[in-house]
Structure formats: C-alpha cells, structure tokens
Design a protein around this ligand. Structure first.
Ligand code: BG6
Length: 468
C-alpha cells in the first residue's frame, strides 16, 4: 500500500460508528458509561450507531467506488484491552484485521488513530495519573500487532478539543468546568503521545506516527499589540501545548509561567517531563479543519466557554454561538461578514489556507494530512433515501480550493479526509446533525446506505486532482 501518492479519503471514529458496544468481548468505555447514565439527558447512545462493526465491508467498498484511496478510522481501546489486566481481546484484533484486509483489497491506505475521545472505563478520565503509562502499553500492543500494515498511526484525536469539552465546557464526560483539571488532562495527553512515540520507535517500522490537532491557529481582525497578545494567549490555550511538544519536543517557559500565573498548581509535573518530550517527537501532523479561532483582547473580564454541541444547541438560529473567553488572556471576536452554521460555528473557507501556512511558519516542512474537514447539516432525503446536499458540496469545494492553494504555495500537504465517510453519531448532537458522504437510514431496520450527491461530487473531484 503506497502512502507516497496524494491521499484522498474520508474519516470516522470508533465510538461514533462501530456500534456493537458490548459484542465479542469489548469492555465498557467512558462514552458507553456516560451515554447509559442519567447525565445523558437525551438518552441517545452510540450502542448501534450505523453499525460499522457489521457493515464495514459495504462501507469500504463504497469508499473504493468513490475513488477514495485512504480511510481514517480509530481503534476502540476497550475493544482491544477490555479490562485493566493487560490481556488482549483477540476478537477485537480480529475485527480490525478484517477491516484492514478489506482496505488492502481495494488499495485503501489505513490511517489509524489510537484514541478518538473514548477511553476504557477502567482508565476513567484523562486526569488519571496512570493514563500515559497505560496508553503507552496499549500503543505498544497495537504497534506490535499491526506493524507496517498500518502506514499512518496517530496518537490522539484533537487533544485540545477533547480536553476543552471534558474540562472547560463540560459537555463531554466527566462533565466538569475546572481549569486545574484541564491542565492535568493536557499534561497527560502530551505524555501519552511522547510515550507512545517512544514505543513506536523501538520497533523500527516503516510506518509514520503523528497527532491530530483540532483547532486552527488564533487570528485577529486587528494587528495592534493588544490583539496580538490575545492571539498569543489563545494559541497557548488551543495550539501550542499540543503541537510544540509533539513536533518540536518543547513547551515554552513563557507558556508555563502564564499557566502558573493563572493560579494552576503544576506540582503534578514529573521532573523528567522535559526530557521525555524532547526525545519523542512525531513524523507528521494531522490537522482537522473546521473554523478559525478569531480573538480579541478580553474586555469582558470573564472566563466562559460554549461549544457547537453543548446540549442546549439545537441547530436552530437561536443556538449559542461557539465562543471561548479567558479573563485577561483573550475572548472570541465576531466578524459580522462571516456566515455561521446552524450550530453557531463560523463557515470560513480561507481558514484552511491560514491554518496550513501558519503551521508551516511555525513547524517548517512537516508533512500535513487534513485529517477532517466537513459540514454538519440537517439532511433531507427523498423517497429513495437520496440527499441533494448542495450546501455540503459548496462547503467542501470552497475549503478545498484554499487547501489546494496552500499546497501550491509550498505547504507539505499529503492528504485530505472528508468528515465523515457515512452518517454517524455526532457526540452530544446525536444523529440529526449529519456529516456523511453516504446517508444512513436509521429508521429502516437495516441501516441502509445511500450515497449522497456530495459522494458523487467528491468522486469526480478526486478523479480530477488524483495526481497532484
Ligand atoms: C471533530 C471530531 O472535531 O468534529 C469528530 O474529531 C466530530 O469526532 C466532528 O464528530 C464534528 O463535531 P460534531 O460535534 O458536530 O459531531
């Protein structure tokens, strides 16, 4: 399987699509527990979702027929290591082996994320001091089993967004608003990546290892000193703590001092921390592209966070806008010329270009894969299940033009993935907010798949740009 040509594909995540939540020896995960608990006010779960566990052959065939040559998916940690005894569930490996067999059959390159938001319930939370050693063990088991069959591994999906939802907004388990815990979680995530990279290097594989970052860099509408200061602090909060250690093997002292000045107790930091991150950096960056971080100085004097999938956001125009603010650091700005989606998030295609060129500015020529780009909508299907999703096509096409321009202008872009391969569970938004290139009929009892207009559009787009 060649990862040398440009990769065109689409992406999913285990909890969001697999279903089969307790089948074939899988252990419970924190999202199983959360969705089954009273904290889940909607009662909606990923127990079945689009049942990729039983439909993966059909899903991968459809990808191949759509000219896609790569598939980004994640592994369920608790399917592979269901209990805290380190004993592997062979049926878990068997499922992913068969899935990769299917990819190989069509020449589809697997791009595999070790953790996409979901931890085994015996780990509990990202603040568990044992999480990085447990993660390193899990990672080593995975690397040894799959080896070069997986050409692209990534450690964690969107550490920042994950930590942010867990500990700032509190809409993901453990549903807290606690900046001290946000920092402990962030620290553990940094260590998880470094320790997994260490395990990876021991095996001298031909594969590459990376991380997936969710946010784009912070930007502002003005470039006076106060605005640039706000940009710097937003980048500390959203970007630098994830990418500086992972790519450059450092965490700037100024960032650490700024965190301490916020009253965060950093006594949990291991004295060897700097050495661990210095020696274990990644090979490539996975960058998800949705929107920019548009910021200004914090004049409100408040710290507050809302996100596009907080429980109160229902996709109407009354939805809370996606914002974040940290007292004395920054707050989100609003550009009235920029459209918002129904969940209060900016639709700003140029952020693809800005993100990629700024990444190159800070991190040089590192290979970059756009690991997610997609548009959530309330799709309307006709009587045959067909969706004319022109809005999604317009979104993808506009973003892609800017992404391709960044590539032309010298950013080392190696691949692109639409979020998502087919409709799946959209975390707190449940199933109504859809992103798929392929529609899933959740009502018909068979979870029937029907490619949308965007699927056929993407198929042609890939054909046109396959040799870039
Ligand atoms: C990305 C996540 O940030 O956004 C996906 O990696 C997620 O898992 C996607 O589904 C869209 O977000 P949401 O909340 O609208 O499903």
């Amino acid at each position: 399987m060649s990862k040398d040509k440009f990769l065109w594909g689409s992406a999913t995540a285990a909890y969001q699509c697999e279903g089969a939540w307790d089948e074939d020896g899988k252990g419970p995960s924190i999202w199983d527990d959360y969705c089954h608990s009273t904290a889940n006010l909607t009662g909606i779960t990923g127990d079945v979702s689009c049942d990729h566990y039983h439909h993966f052959k059909e899903d991968i065939k459809m990808m191949a027929e759509g000219n896609q040559n790569t598939y980004r998916f994640s592994l369920s940690w608790s399917r592979i290591l269901p209990k805290d005894d380190h004993v592997v569930n062979e049926a878990g490996f068997r499922f992913y082996d068969e899935l990769i067999d299917e990819c190989e059959k069509y020449g589809i390159v697997p791009n595999v994320t070790l953790v996409h938001y979901d931890l085994p319930d015996y780990i509990g939370t990202w603040t568990n001091p044992k999480v990085s050693d447990e993660f390193a063990y899990y990672a080593s088991v995975v690397f040894k089993h799959f080896g070069n069959r997986i050409p692209l591994y990534t450690t964690i999906n969107e550490p920042n967004h994950n930590a942010y939802c867990n500990y700032c907004v509190g809409n993901y388990p453990p549903n807290e608003t606690n900046l001290q815990h946000y920092c402990e979680c962030a620290y553990n995530m940094i260590l998880c990546t470094a320790k997994a990279v260490k395990e990876f290097r021991k095996l001298n594989l031909n594969s590459l290892i990376g991380i997936v970052q969710g946010c784009g860099p912070a930007v502002s509408l003005k470039d006076d000193p106060e605005y640039l200061e706000a940009v710097k602090y937003c980048d500390y909060f959203c970007n630098d703590w994830v990418l500086d250690p992972a790519i450059k093997g450092i965490l700037e002292d100024e960032l650490i001092e700024a965190v301490k000045a916020k009253g965060i107790d950093l006594s949990f930091v291991d004295p060897n921390f700097k050495d661990i991150i210095k020696n274990n950096t990644i090979d490539f960056l996975g960058q998800n592209i949705y929107s920019r971080m548009l910021v200004k100085p914090n004049t409100s004097g408040i710290t507050s966070f809302t996100v596009n999938n907080a429980g109160n956001n229902d996709g109407t125009n009354n939805s809370a806008r996606e914002t974040r603010a940290i007292k004395d650091w920054f707050e989100f700005d609003r550009d009235e010329n920029t459209q918002l989606n129904k969940w209060g998030r900016e639709i700003y295609p140029k952020c693809g270009y800005i993100t990629l060129t700024k990444r190159k500015e800070r991190y040089g020529n590192i290979p970059i894969y756009i690991t997610e780009n997609g548009h959530g909508c309330y799709d309307i299907a006709d009587e045959n299940g067909y969706v004319e999703d022109d809005e999604r096509i317009e979104f993808l096409n506009n973003y892609l033009q800017w992404i391709l321009k960044a590539k032309e202008d010298g950013v080392n872009v190696q691949g692109y993935y639409v979020w998502s391969t087919m409709d799946l569970y959209s975390w707190i938004n449940g199933y109504k907010k859809r992103y798929g290139l392929v529609r899933v009929d959740y009502e018909d009892g068979n979870l029937k798949r029907t490619p949308k207009k965007s699927y056929y559009w993407y198929k042609e787009f890939i054909k046109k740009y396959q040799n870039i």
